[in-house]
Design a protein around this ligand. Structure first.
Ligand code: GLN
Length: 222
């Protein structure tokens, strides 16, 4: 009978053969309670990813990454708390699985929510003000500078939150009107706008690259 270290070596070899011969397509969960989850699925699938609608703990367990779509953050929060998904998503992100929130999803990810105050997952060190862009900015298309590509990024705002302040560990990847609009801290990404409602795949491509990066890190440590 092989000793444990031989067995571990054997297991690692099998894993690397599997990786070379059949690269696994990442499975990306999209929280599908309400809001624009279908638009995220369409964008991610057009980029070659496999998506899965997430409504239960069992759904989440099958995912390599998770999208929290736009919609109504209060309704979504209540569902997450009732279904046990609130704690499960926190654990999912703490285990270094990538999570990407857009608009209401960004509100759910924030450490502090104002206007009015609301409970949140606290996975991203930002303070957000709900529905805080002025009336003329409430719902429209704008362009802002980004680090992810040359030229401005198209941003669709729909009663989006303003990111009022960010913690030290936050990288600002795009801005609109002097405020961060796309931010990242390690494996957690959030946009106050809706990249899934444009033709521009830049933000979703960035999220897929993050998923690959995190998967590579976790397979190097197992
Ligand atoms: N106004 C919504 C909220 O505060 C967010 C809107 C959106 O996701 N487009 O929850």
């Amino acid at each position: 009978m092989p000793c444990l270290s031989e067995f571990d070596r054997f297991r690692k070899t099998i894993r690397s053969i599997q990786k070379i011969s059949m690269p696994r397509v990442p499975k990306i969960g999209i929280l599908a309670i309400q809001g624009d989850f279908a638009a995220h699925a369409a964008m991610l699938e057009s980029l070659g990813a496999e998506t899965l609608e997430v409504r239960t703990l069992a759904d989440l367990a099958k995912c390599d990454g998770l999208v929290l779509p736009g919609g109504e953050s209060t309704t979504q929060l209540q569902f997450l708390q009732e279904e046990g998904l609130f704690e499960a998503i926190r654990k999912f992100a703490e285990d270094e699985h990538p999570v990407f929130g857009t608009c209401a999803g960004a509100i759910l990810l924030a450490t502090h929510v104002k206007n009015p105050p609301q409970d949140s997952l606290g996975l991203l060190d930002i303070t957000v003000l709900r529905n805080a862009y002025g009336r003329q900015l409430a719902s429209d298309v704008f362009f802002g500078p980004t680090k992810l590509k040359s030229g401005p990024m198209e941003m669709v705002f729909i009663r989006g939150p303003i990111i009022d302040s960010v913690g030290h560990g936050i990288e600002v990847l795009a801005e609109y009107a002097g405020k961060p609009a796309l931010v990242q801290e390690n494996n957690v990404l959030a946009a106050t706008f809706h990249p899934e409602l444009t033709e521009d795949p830049t933000v979703h491509q960035h999220f897929l690259a993050l998923i690959e990066e995190c998967a590579a890190k976790s397979s190097a440590t197992t």
